[in-house]
Write a protein that binds this ligand. Structure first.
Ligand code: HXC
Length: 261
């Protein structure tokens, strides 16, 4: 039986896709510490489930997540925040091996924007807005906002958003590459994300995990090291049954059946 959570709802819209819905509607899905522990538990469970090929994280129509929980943070002192490595557990999400898609409607602000950026693909509804308004609270982003936003948008626009706190519309986010696309008005961004996740889940899992690992390495390594890492992974995939199946199927003009081996 699946564990019960207080702040998220976990479902399987398809056997191959785990859907995590943030569920603190009264607080616009503000990310308190417990909620993030629950995201970590649910994504780890999906990562360990051989039937699951990809994960979708979403919020509500009004808010993907309006940020870290300001009420939980407001009385924090430095010593306690430092000693407990406050919010350090958020980075666990970046160690999940299976692809994760953020399906964003409404506010994705502060930690909510950072959560979306920790995912591998962001799909946006036309109502989505992205921003790092921490400057209005006397602080700065603390879960990768200054780093991931800058890598996605470049220096000038990131500086403008982070220094002024102004949000970015869905269309602006798409035109600058923060999101892969904005779904059509009237199309559910969650349904669309589940479709993309299911499509990914039909591929060989060794290859999808290797692809995720290689793309993410581009953020850490220089071009030469990154290309070397990619080539080694590419060569290693010739040890998989899925490579034999994928290439044989092409030669035999049939659809491949991957076994994730
Ligand atoms: C705690 C929050 C919250 C948050 C909203 N709420 N955002 N509670 N933390 N981040 C609560 C409100 O207090 C309110 O509770 C309820 O949700 C509804 O919010 P309203 O403000 O009434 O809604 P609305 O007028 O529609 O405005 C929406 C909004 C606004 C523009 C998104 O809520 C807002 O500005 N929120 C804060 C956004 C923000 O600054 N995020 C960054 C947080 S810092 P009540 O009880 O009054 O009904 C951060 C640091 C990351 O994320 C660092 C990570 C390591």
């Amino acid at each position: 039986s699946s564990p019960s959570y207080n702040n998220i709802i976990v479902s399987q819209p398809k056997p191959s896709v785990t859907l995590i819905t943030l569920n603190r509607p009264k607080a616009l899905n503000a990310l308190n510490s417990e909620l993030f522990h629950e995201i970590n538990a649910a994504t780890a469970a999906a990562d360990d489930d051989a039937a699951v090929g990809a994960i979708v994280i979403t919020g509500s129509e009004k808010a993907f997540a309006a940020g870290a929980d300001i009420k939980e943070m407001k009385d924090k002192e430095f010593a306690a925040a430092y000693k407990s490595n406050f919010l350090g557990h958020w980075t666990k999400l970046t160690t999940i091996r299976k692809p994760i898609i953020a399906a964003v409607s409404g506010h994705a602000l502060g930690g909510g924007c950072e959560l979306a950026m920790m995912c591998d693909i962001i799909l946006a509804s036309p109502t989505a807005t992205f921003g790092q308004p921490e400057i209005n609270l006397g602080v700065i982003p603390g879960a990768g906002g200054t780093q991931r936003l800058t890598k996605a948008l470049g220096k000038s626009l990131s500086m403008e958003l982070i220094l002024t706190g102004r949000p970015l519309s869905a269309t602006e986010a798409a035109s600058h590459g923060l999101v892969s696309r904005v779904v059509d008005e009237g199309t559910s961004v969650v349904d669309e994300a589940v479709k993309v996740a299911d499509k990914i889940a039909q591929k060989g899992a060794v290859a999808t995990q290797a692809a995720k690992e290689a793309v993410n390495a581009s953020f850490e390594l220089n071009l030469q090291e990154g290309n070397r890492f990619e080539r080694r992974l590419f060569q290693a995939l010739f040890a998989t049954k899925d490579q034999k199946e994928g290439m044989s199927a092409f030669a035999e003009k049939r659809k491949p059946t991957f076994t994730n081996e």
